[in-house]
Design a binder for this molecule. Structure first.
Ligand code: NAI
Ligand SMILES: N/C(=C\C=C\C(=O)O)C(=O)O
Length: 487
């Protein structure tokens, strides 16, 4: 929809209707740095309206059978799939990621999220125990929680939003979703498919705007008993504070400072390309991305040489360029933040082997003001450096040597985060041993980001609270009740 100035104008989606807002935020195309879209700057008023719609829709939606809800989710998946190309184009323009990645990862996964939870909801069982000597039967029932507040980030916009919406509505909740104000377009496009898929008005409400304004209004609302959040640790802290007076159920999926541990018996033919991908996929803007690479000393020089060579081939280009591996970062502020880490590393005496400040970007004139940065490899850096401790969330990775298994486990665990690790070795016993000792919610050995949606996903330590996945999401989006019957 073109607005008065030729900009894309988004509207909130409340109670099955698109509604304009009193004020709007600028949204930028990261590949040019130009404003191309206006996003509603919603606040308390819009949250009140969304709560009212979600409250009204809840009794009917929660009374539908799992089969009926599953049918709706599957129809929604089909509609998204039919519009895959249009959604991929929009995601790439809004986020800066390559069109190829949006086409092959983001949108297919959004489709899969709906299909997956449509299937899951048909297969949950509850528990039953008996106390014959007392003539008692005990069993549990699960019921939807009510209105779920869903807050998602800008790095994998539709992918992560649907990872929350699908299990929440499959379980019979109604939802108020608040996508990132930086990447709102595909969430708005999703709303256009809801009615056609058979989602009743008020079941899915999407309210756009900033975290401090509309996000906090949602989190603080007393009629929203549950918040599922993916994003940064400081925001999670704020959400926890605001939720505390209401004792809300919280699922917090936060950042990482993910290690890759590469032993001397690793298959480097597979390890190097995968570690390039785990460091730089989606511009390094995935919470699962590798940012500390520990390499056993006997192969350190060879690894480093080959890794830097391969990094230089990881092409930065405009998002529509089919030969580009990486597009633009999300925003000017984020680009500056990521660059500042490289600057700090240099000031500490670390070596920048390729990328930022070493090589030059080659971009068309129209994209010179876009938020592009070359993939950057840092070495000769201390474990105590902020580049080895803090989440950079960009195309920057550090490579350091290690000597023993015991030492590397200690160093890998020596950060506040605990989300994802990769371990590379052909010694199966070692792989199991190391995986068990790592303080990490996810460990990929000899691979990265192969997702099994059935199993728990999430982090330990500062990387989050709770897990998402088939059973975990169902547990989170339902309340359990134990019933005892004396017969
Ligand atoms: N899954 C992850 O691990 C992610 C981590 N990050 C990390 O966070 C850093 C900052 O990125 P941001 O976009 O600022 O993340 P953020 O945590 O501020 O944003 C995530 C979502 O939370 C909302 N939000 C922000 N403040 C809020 C508040 N007070 N109450 C309720 N909702 C609020 C935002 O509008 C957005 O929808 C990144 O550089 C990266 O390090 C960012 C996105 C995803
Ligand atoms: N939560 C994030 C990634 C999740 C990936 C997945 O579920 O496959 C993130 O980058 O924030």
């Amino acid at each position: 929809m073109a607005g008065t100035k030729g900009l894309l104008m988004l509207e909130n989606f409340i109670g099955g209707k698109f509604l304009p807002c009193d004020s709007y935020l600028d949204s930028y195309d990261p590949s040019t740095g130009e404003v191309y879209c206006k996003v509603p700057d919603s606040g308390k008023k819009e949250i009140e309206a969304a709560v009212e719609a979600a409250r009204e829709a809840f009794p009917i939606w929660s009374s539908w059978s799992p089969e009926e809800r599953a049918q709706v989710l599957n129809r929604l998946a089909d509609l998204l799939e039919q519009s895959l190309e249009e959604l991929a184009q929009a995601e790439s323009k809004d986020q800066g990621k390559t069109l190829m990645l949006a086409r092959t990862m983001d949108i297919p996964r959004a489709v899969q999220n709906f299909r997956f939870f449509a299937s899951c909801i048909l297969h949950h069982t509850t528990e039953c125990t008996q106390m014959d000597h007392l003539g008692c039967l005990h069993y549990t029932v699960r019921t939807p929680v009510g209105i779920a507040g869903l807050i998602s980030p800008w790095n994998l916009p539709l992918y992560l939003l649907t990872w929350k919406i699908a299990p929440a509505i499959a379980a019979g909740n109604t939802v108020i979703a608040k996508p990132s104000e930086l990447t709102s377009v595909t969430a708005w496009m999703l709303c256009k498919f809801l009615d056609k898929a058979g989602v009743p008005p008020g079941v899915v409400n999407v309210v756009f705007g900033t975290g401090p304004r509309v996000g906090e209004a949602l989190v603080s609302h007393p009629e929203v008993p549950l918040i599922s959040f993916t994003g940064s640790q400081p925001t999670a802290e704020r959400i926890t504070q605001l939720s505390a007076p209401h004792c809300k159920k919280l699922s917090l999926e936060l950042g990482g400072k993910n290690p890759a541990i590469i032993f001397e018996d690793a298959n480097l033919e597979e390890c190097i390309p995968t570690t390039i991908r785990s460091s730089f996929a989606n511009q390094g803007e995935i919470c699962l991305c590798t940012s500390r690479i520990f390499v056993q000393r006997s192969i350190y020089s060879e690894f480093l040489k080959r890794f830097v060579e391969a990094t230089r081939k990881w092409k930065v280009g405009i998002p529509s360029d089919p030969s580009a591996s990486m597009g633009a970062l999300i925003s000017k502020a984020h680009l500056e933040k990521v660059r500042s880490y490289v600057k700090k590393a240099r000031a500490e005496g670390a070596q920048i082997l390729c990328g930022e400040g070493v090589d030059t970007l080659d971009l068309p004139p129209r994209n010179q003001a876009g938020y592009f940065m070359l993939p950057t490899v840092i070495t000769d850096i201390k474990d105590e450096s902020c580049c080895m401790k803090e989440e950079i969330f960009g195309p920057v990775t550090c490579v350091v040597p290690f000597d023993s298994e015991e030492e590397v486990i200690k160093r890998a665990n020596n950060v506040t985060y605990g989300l994802a690790a990769t371990v590379w070795s052909s010694d199966v016993a070692r792989v199991h041993r190391v995986a068990k000792k790592l303080q990490s919610g996810l460990v990929w050995t000899n691979c990265w980001l192969i997702r099994e949606l059935n199993l728990p996903f999430g982090g330990m330590k500062s990387s989050g609270v709770g897990r998402e996945g088939a059973k975990d999401s169902h547990d989170f989006f339902t309340e359990i009740k134990t019933i005892t019957v004396k017969h």
